[in-house]
Ligand binder design. Structure first.
Ligand code: ATP
Length: 243
């Protein structure tokens, strides 16, 4: 269910990294219970946007509000889950040991460990050291950490990279179930067919938002048969418009 006060509100967000402005004044809202896809070529700024949402990115200007508080506020610590692109789980600990460890750090209920292991489909590997997992299992173990404590906002950086289509499908079903419970998800991806599963898409390019809308609306607006075509159409449109 979507309520009227947005889960995320970003206004004129500017970020400088390595001496260069990499986000040029982004503004968007994410309603509660929405699955927002962040899509765009490598280096366009998706991870930087996510870092700003979870409050670990120094920003040059603008305002990022999450669940009614400034991003990074102490009060948001157990209300926001973040899975980075590079897995944060420890290779020498088993899946269950990692989750017990992170559950205690995050002060999540102990029972959460079994729940999140089930949710990401790792029950069969729970006692396996993470270093011995396949790439897809490894990224699911990382995702499981973000699910601890039942956060209201989940920020997931390319959670399906390296997963086969069946696992990708399963994870998207999980994302949908979570959104159905009112959880808001911000999910980045390179994969256009995944973009179609979102409620809303932010198409990004070179630190700016190229388009913001529902996948069907973007296809309709551009007259493209698929989202890849829509994206290319929007790039050409921008290139052709006066600066
Ligand atoms: N630690 C850093 N120092 C300096 N510049 C950085 C740093 N991290 C990222 N950048 C730059 O910021 C810009 C945005 O990077 P970001 O990681 O947000 O992109 P992305 O869209 O998430 O890329 P990918 O899809 O490859 O993960 C890029 O130009 C990148 O080179």
């Amino acid at each position: 269910m979507m309520s009227s006060s947005p889960a995320v509100s970003v206004r004129d967000l500017r970020v400088v990294r390595g001496g260069r402005e990499v986000l040029h004044g982004l503004s968007f809202d994410v309603p509660r219970g929405c699955v927002l896809g962040l899509l765009g070529p490598s280096g366009c700024g998706k991870t930087t946007v996510m870092r700003a949402l979870v409050g670990v990115q120094i920003v040059r200007g603008g305002r990022v509000t999450v669940l009614g508080q400034d991003a990074g506020s102490a009060g948001l610590r157990d209300r926001v889950g973040y899975a980075t692109q590079t897995p944060a789980v420890y290779g020498d600990l088993t899946v269950a040991e990692n989750l017990r460890y992170f559950a205690s750090v995050l002060r999540a209920p102990r029972g959460d460990v079994d729940r999140v292991i089930e949710e990401v489909g790792l029950a069969g590997a729970r006692d396996q050291p993470v270093a011995t997992l396949s790439g897809g299992q490894h990224s699911r173990a990382n995702l499981a950490v973000a699910l601890l404590g039942s956060p209201e906002l989940l920020v997931l950086d390319e959670p399906t990279v390296g997963l086969d289509p069946v696992l990708r499908q399963e994870l998207w079903t999980l994302f949908r179930t979570l959104a159905g419970r009112g959880v808001t998800l911000v999910v980045s991806s390179h994969v256009m067919d995944e973009a179609g599963r979102t409620d809303r898409l932010l198409l990004m390019r070179e630190g700016a938002i190229l388009a913001d809308g529902a996948p069907d609306a973007l296809r309709e607006r551009t007259g493209a048969a698929d989202l890849e075509g829509a994206f290319l159409h929007l790039i050409n449109e921008t290139a052709g418009s006066p600066a």
